[in-house]
Write a protein that binds this ligand. Structure first.
Ligand code: HEC
Length: 148
């Protein structure tokens, strides 16, 4: 084998490597497109879930909270808040959310505060539906602990 690294060899590495990673990118993109519908269980996106997402966005909940790790880190992660307070029951979680949203801001000294949003009971129910749907997305069990 020759000791000299020629332009031809460099070109082969450039095109060969480029082609290899293009194929890898295409393969992974196809895999994502195939996996996503199962993971986000989009057949369960009801009208209420969609309205809840709009309430979530209009009130900028993500400005303080994270959802599946994305967002701000001022307040608790909410993709698993249903697991924390629902006790396996959508009704229990709905009641928790109604009470929680009504109680804010809490008067406790030295604790981070959540504002009062003055949402209607229907809007809070929609938020609950959205957060329940989010908690059931297959995100490889992120966050790794229930309190996260
Ligand atoms: C200005 C920051 C801020 C915004 C915006 C905000 N929150 Fe919060 N939220 C907090 C803080 C801080 C806590 C923790 C309060 C505590 O534990 O006393 C909290 C806690 C919560 C909890 C209880 C979580 C837990 O595990 O204890 C829920 C549910 C919640 N927020 C929902 C929402 C929703 C829904 C919105 C949007 C409508 C929202 N938050 C917007 C600051 C915020």
């Amino acid at each position: 084998m020759t000791e000299i690294f020629t332009k031809g060899m460099a070109r082969n590495i450039y095109y060969g490597g480029g082609f290899f990673f293009l194929l890898l990118l295409l393969g992974l993109t196809l895999d994502t497109l195939r996996e996503l519908p199962e993971r986000d269980h989009r057949e369960n996106i009801t009208e209420s879930v969609a309205r809840g997402k709009a309430v979530w966005e209009d009130n900028n909940c993500i400005g303080c909270h994270s959802l599946m790790g994305e967002g701000a880190y001022f307040a608790p992660e909410l993709a698993n808040v249903y697991d924390r307070y629902g006790n396996g029951s959508e009704e229990t979680f709905g009641q928790f959310m109604q009470a929680w949203m009504k109680m804010q801001p809490m008067p406790t000294e030295g604790r981070r505060k959540m504002p009062q949003f003055h949402l209607s009971p229907e809007q809070v129910d929609d938020l609950s539906a959205f957060l329940i749907w989010t908690s059931r997305i297959n995100d490889n069990d992120w966050p790794p602990n229930r309190e996260g």
